[in-house]
Design a protein around this ligand. Structure first.
Ligand SMILES: Cc1cc2nc3c(=O)[nH]c(=O)nc-3n(C[C@H](O)[C@H](O)[C@H](O)COP(=O)(O)OP(=O)(O)OC[C@H]3O[C@@H](n4cnc5c(N)ncnc54)[C@H](O)[C@@H]3O)c2cc1C
Length: 391
């Protein structure tokens, strides 16, 4: 199947990459534009949990050998069991497991396998075979509709060739979303804050092997908790962790989230200074340069809003449904979007009138449920009381 004009994709994150793979396998021409200078320019280091939606999407799109290579780099987490422990005593804390409606549920939805995978590995594997169609250092700032297609506009004032469809896969601050939905899709700051860090494997000796949610409910500012996954198939020198805090519990200096490295590492040491002796090495011995601050954002918890459909432009992934990391569904949903849109394009023999409307109708149903679940989980875990508009 071929068409003279390409599909233009803005953003080579997990969603954009899998869509590109789908188009490649159906011989639909595409161009993938990525703002970063190359595929590894930012710290991508955290491990994500991929559950049934994400695994199904990957298996549907990738050829069997490619999928097996990817799967071989993932660690099976069984049904996604998470051990919750008290940060001060290291005693087990009751934690409802995936699938239950328990108030403490933190894992991905129940059903099927759950795997842990290094995000950098996942991205690298998804780049295989599409390198030539990817343009790095290309910051998309908007689009212009043409009589027979659409062009992406770049920061330096140039434009792309005319595409038959533009897909905004450019994440939570998507410029395509802003232009397409004219403000209908809003992203909110939940007030919850996080520090992502990395520590040598030896620092986790006192914790052991598994997927852990380590909670400290003794702080005046509200709960802080660390999520970490020390189950690996591959040999690694370090494990990542994410320390999440309820609104008001901590923030970056001057709430400036471009601050990275030692200030973030030192704050995590300070926050965990009273934690159990077996846990403190994780923070004491961490690799300072790897520490970054993160804000927990969400798009409207009511779900993906309606906007006037534009047949030539659509959105996938965080660009259309930003989710908190709680619930572990953001990447899974981005992968599901990519597989769905790729399949509709392949089934229809390329672009056709009504295609983006059909995709958006289907995507809205499952993505709205996931945004809601992720927000409700984050609210329960981190007592989120108010949302502030961020974009
Ligand atoms: C700490 C943490 C843990 C998480 N854990 C999980 C988990 O366990 N399971 C799960 O399912 N999800 C998890 N998530 C969520 C998941 O990471 C995201 O939902 C997922 O990465 C979204 O993929 P995406 O392709 O839509 O966007 P992104 O991965 O954000 O990719 C967007 C891409 O677009 C590029 N871009 C941005 N702007 C432009 C522009 N103007 N022009 C060109 N390119 C641009 C960016 O550089 C980036 O490469 C977690 C998130 C965090 C922060």
């Amino acid at each position: 199947m071929s068409s003279a004009k390409p599909v233009l994709i803005s953003g080579a994150g997990l969603g954009g990459l899998l869509l590109a793979q789908s188009l490649r396998s159906h011989r639909i021409p595409f161009k993938l534009y990525e703002r970063d200078a190359d595929g590894s320019s930012r710290s991508q280091g955290y491990r994500i949990r991929i559950s049934v939606d994400g695994l199904t999407a990957l298996e549907q799109v990738l050829d069997p050998a490619h999928y097996e290579r990817l799967r071989a780099g993932c660690t099976d987490l069984g049904a996604g069991k998470i051990e919750a422990i008290d940060a001060l005593t290291m005693q087990a804390k009751p934690l409802a497991q995936p699938g239950s409606q328990g108030e403490d549920r933190v894992g991905p939805p129940a059903g099927g396998d759950v795997v842990g995978v290094d995000r950098a590995f996942l991205r690298k594997t998804l780049f295989e075979g599409i390198e030539e169609a990817t343009v790095f250092g290309a910051q998309v700032v908007g689009y212009a509709l043409q009589e027979d297609g659409v062009v992406a506009r770049f920061a330096e004032g140039t434009t792309s060739p005319v595409g038959f469809l533009l897909v905004g896969a450019d994440g939570v601050r998507s410029v395509i979303t802003k232009q397409l939905t004219k403000g209908a899709l809003k992203v909110y700051d939940t007030g919850a804050r996080a520090i992502h860090g990395s520590s040598p494997v030896a620092a986790f000796e006192g914790l052991g092997t598994g997927v852990f949610s380590i909670r400290d409910d003794t702080r005046e500012g509200g709960r802080i908790a660390v999520i970490t996954n020390t189950m690996r198939k591959e040999k690694t020198a370090s494990f990542g962790w994410v320390l999440v805090g309820s609104p008001g519990s901590f923030s970056a200096p001057n709430d400036d989230f471009s601050v990275t490295g030692k200030p973030a590492a030192d704050l995590s040491r300070q926050l965990t200074a009273r934690w159990h002796d077996r846990l403190r090495p994780i923070f004491e011995e961490q690799i300072d340069d790897e520490a970054v601050f993160l804000k927990m954002a969400t798009s409207s918890p009511d779900g993906v809003p309606e906007w006037d459909n534009e047949p030539r432009v659509t959105l996938i992934g965080d660009a259309v449904h930003a989710m908190t990391p709680a619930g572990g569904v953001g990447a899974n949903t981005a992968l599901k979007d990519a597989a769905l849109l790729g399949r509709l394009l392949a089934d229809g023999g390329g672009w056709k009138e009504g295609l983006t409307a059909e995709y958006e109708r289907e995507m809205r149903a499952y993505a709205s449920a996931n945004v809601k679940m992720s927000f409700e989980t984050a609210s329960r875990l981190f007592t989120i009381m108010k949302l502030t508009k961020t974009i």
